[in-house]
Write a protein that binds this ligand. Sequence first.
Ligand SMILES: *Cc1c(COP(=O)(O)O)cnc(C)c1O
Length: 484
Amino acid sequence: MSDSLPRQALEFSGEEMREIGYRVIDMLVDYHQSRADRPVAEKLDHTALDAILREPLPRAGMPWREVFEQFQRQVVESSNRVDHPRFFAYIPLANNFVSVMADALAAGYNIFNAVWLQGPGAAQIERLTVDWLRQLFGLPSAAGGTFVSGGSAANLTALAVAREIRLQGDTAGSVAYCSDQIHFAVSRGMRLLGFAPEQLRKLPSDAGFRLSVARLRLAVAEDRAAGLRPFCVIASAGTTNTGAVDPLDELADFCAGEKLWLHVDGAYGAPAVLTEQGARALKGIERVDSLALDAHKWLFQPIECGVVLLRDRRWLPRTFKETSEVLKDVQSEGKELNFMYQGIQLTRQFRALKLWMSFKVFGLDAISEAIVAGFENAALAERLLRAEGCWEIVTSAQMAILTFRYRPANRDTALASRVTHDLVGRLLDDGFAFASGTQLRGQSVMRMCCNNPRTTPKDLERTIQLMTRLAAQLEAELNGAVFS
Ligand SMILES: *Cc1c(COP(=O)(O)O)cnc(C)c1O
C-alpha cells in the first residue's frame, strides 16, 4: 500500500496501480487469445469450490496478487465460457475488447450519469447512442429511450410505461397478450407490475412458433365482450427457443385498429435489423410503441447493456419522475436529459459508453457483418446436420438459431427422444463444445444459437461430428448394446 496515505484512504501507489492494471490486461488478453483452444466447459472440482464458500470474512488484507490468482483459479477456470466460439447454448455472449475497456473507463472515472448538470458529456453520449439506435430501428424523431441492465429490465421498464400511459396505473380488468413462446422476463415483469397471471394471455403459437394474429383477434374480441380492458400486445422479435419473429407488421396493423400498445421483446433478435435479412424478418419494428433490446447479446457488448426505446420519449419521465429536495437544483427541465427520470435507477453506470465507443471504433458495417456471420453460421450448421443423416431439423435456422433432434432412420423414436434429451449432459462432460436443449410443444429438442462471429466453419463441423458421435454412443448404451 502507498506510504504517503493512511490505510483508511484505501489507496495504492501509482506503481502498484499500474502493476495491477497491467496484470488485468495480461489476464484478459491471454484469455482472449487462448479461448478457442480451451474447452468450453471445465470439469469442476467441487471440493476446491466449496472451500470458497467457507471462507471467513477477512479481518486483515492480503496481497492483491493472491486474490487475483484465486479469482483466476477458482472463478475463471471453473466457468463455462459463454463467449467461446463453440458455445452454442442459450444465447452466446461474445463481447469485444473495446467495450471491455470502455467498461473499465466508466468504472475508473466513476462517471455519474443520472443528472445533466453532473456530466453533460456523458448524458450527451447516452442520448446520442440511444438516438443512433432509434434511427436503426426507424422510429420517429420524437422517440427516445434509456440504457438499463439488460433485457429483463428493458421489458419491465417498457411495460411499466405502457401501464402508466395506457392505464394510468390502474390495472383492474386490463389484459395483455403474447404467445406461449414469450420469454419469462415478460411474465415476471408483468407480475412485478401488479398484473395477475390471467391478465397476461399466453396464446398458443402457430406452426412456426409465432403469435397468431387470428387467435389474438379472437381473444381480444372475447375479452372486450366480457367487459375487460385489452391494452397491450407483447410480441417477440426472435424468441430464445427457435428465433421465431412474430408478424410485427400485421400486429402493428391490428394494434393500430384496436388502439392497443405494441411492445416488442427484441432482447435477442432486434439487432439483426442492421442486416438485410434481419431487417426483412423484422419488418414492422419501426411501428412499435416500445422495444426492449440487449446490446450484450447480438451487439457484442460485455454483460449488462440493455436498452429500452419508446415511441415518445416524454413517456419515460411521465412514468418515472419524482421530486426530490436533495436534487432540486439539478432538476432543470428543457433540453437537458436527466436519466434518473428515465427509469428506476438514480445512480447508474455509464453503459452507453461501451456501445458508443464500439460503434465508433468498428463502424456499423463491421458490426452488421458480425451479425451476418451468425445467420451464415446457423445456415451452415443446418446443412451439416442434414448431411449427417441422423438428425431431423425441427425448426430451420432463423435469426441464427436452429433446433433439431436425433432421428436415425428405422429406429425407435422413444429411444431417439431419450438420446436427444440426454445429449446435453454428454456434451458438458466432454467439454469441447456446448449446445443446450429446450422443449417445443412438450418435445425435447437440441438447439444451437450461432450468433458468435468468432465461430468458424471448422468449429461447426467438429461440434456436429462430436454430437453425432456422442448421440450414437448414448443410443448404444440405452439400447443395452454396450455391456461394460
Ligand atoms: C435474454 C432475453 C431476455 C432477458 O434479457 P436479460 O438481459 O438476460 O435480462 C428477454 N427476452 C429475450 C427474448 C431474451 O433472449
